[in-house]
Design a protein around this ligand. Structure first.
Ligand SMILES: Nc1ncnc2c1ncn2[C@@H]1O[C@H](COP(=O)(O)OP(=O)(O)OP(=O)(O)O)[C@@H](O)[C@H]1O
Ligand SMILES: [Mg+2]
Length: 263
């Protein structure tokens, strides 16, 4: 990390997004610009409805911006691509496939088949601690377990850019802490570019190199905070004075925006 030369991986260039709502036009994002560096871990916080998911979906290519553009790896984004993997808050698994087959699915799409695909899938199934359930179907799993399968599936495809929209939001505290640590360890080892949305300031801080704070709708970037806490980080990091100082600052910034929403 330190001293390492890094390229820009994602350029978000003056993105604006409006929706046609029931009561007229809704401006979800206005003038959002951000460069995300290769192998950078960026986390995003902001009040509900400020456009975080909209921005992630635009980077993923699931939505087109109304104006502005997103460039990934030097090419303007129009549609989804295997270079970008997405994890949503709500697990989106194929109910007719077992855990293993769900995780293998994107690998098959990439042309990887047979024992090679199975081995890679099992590596990530083990990471989320579901080895014993690899032949189960989604309906046989709890919500938290299903989400862990969705996470394993996104990791298994080994995308260059991981886009995560509150992936741990619906999980119990212990599983959430465990998956934060796994994600940190994976990132420290494999260094993928991560764009991670959360409502949890602790989570944003423990994971991210930079925390992007978004303003109330129409979403803009209100502040970008460099998290100058070295890696490797662990759950103990959450007790350090610097962590608490940054947490107070970010929390108060987000709270101000939350009050804007309530006005
Ligand atoms: N398909 C749609 N049609 C109309 N309005 C929409 C649509 N999708 C989102 N919006 C509006 O755009 C705004 C931003 O939504 P978005 O889901 O991006 O917010 P968010 O920051 O992800 O919120 P949350 O934290 O609750 O997930 C909201 O006001 C929402 O109501
Ligand atoms: Mg959202």
């Amino acid at each position: 990390m330190a001293g390492e030369e890094r390229n820009i991986k994602v350029v978000i260039d003056d993105v604006r997004k409006t929706y046609q709502g029931r009561t007229g036009e809704v401006t979800a994002l206005n003038g959002v610009s951000l460069n995300i560096m290769e192998n950078e871990f960026v986390t995003v916080v902001g009040p509900s409805g400020c456009g975080k998911s909209t921005l992630l979906n635009i980077i993923a290519g699931l939505l087109e911006p109304t104006s502005g553009r997103v460039i990934c790896n030097g090419a303007e984004v129009h549609g989804t691509g295997m270079d970008r993997g997405v994890v949503f808050q709500q697990y989106a698994l194929f109910p007719w496939l077992t855990v293993k087959k769900n995780v293998m699915f994107p690998l098959n799409m990439k042309g990887l088949k047979g024992p090679q695909a199975e081995e890679l899938a099992m590596k990530y199934i083990k990471m989320v601690d579901l080895e014993k359930f690899c032949d189960h179907y989604p309906k046989e799993l709890s919500g938290g377990m299903k989400q862990r399968v969705a996470i394993a599936r996104a990791y298994a495809a080994e995308p260059e850019i991981l886009l995560m929209d509150e992936p741990f939001g619906a999980l119990d505290a212990q599983t959430r802490t465990q998956l934060q640590q796994d994600l940190l360890d994976t990132w420290e080892r494999e260094m993928k570019t991560c764009f991670f949305i959360t409502h949890d300031v602790d989570e944003a801080l423990i994971l991210g190199q930079r925390v992007i704070i978004m303003s109330a709708r129409p979403g803009r970037i209100k502040d970008i905070v460099d998290i100058d806490i070295p890696y490797p980080r662990s759950q103990e990091t959450k007790m350090s004075p610097r962590f608490l100082e940054l947490k107070n600052y970010i929390w108060s910034q987000v709270y101000q925006e939350y009050l804007e929403v309530r006005k």
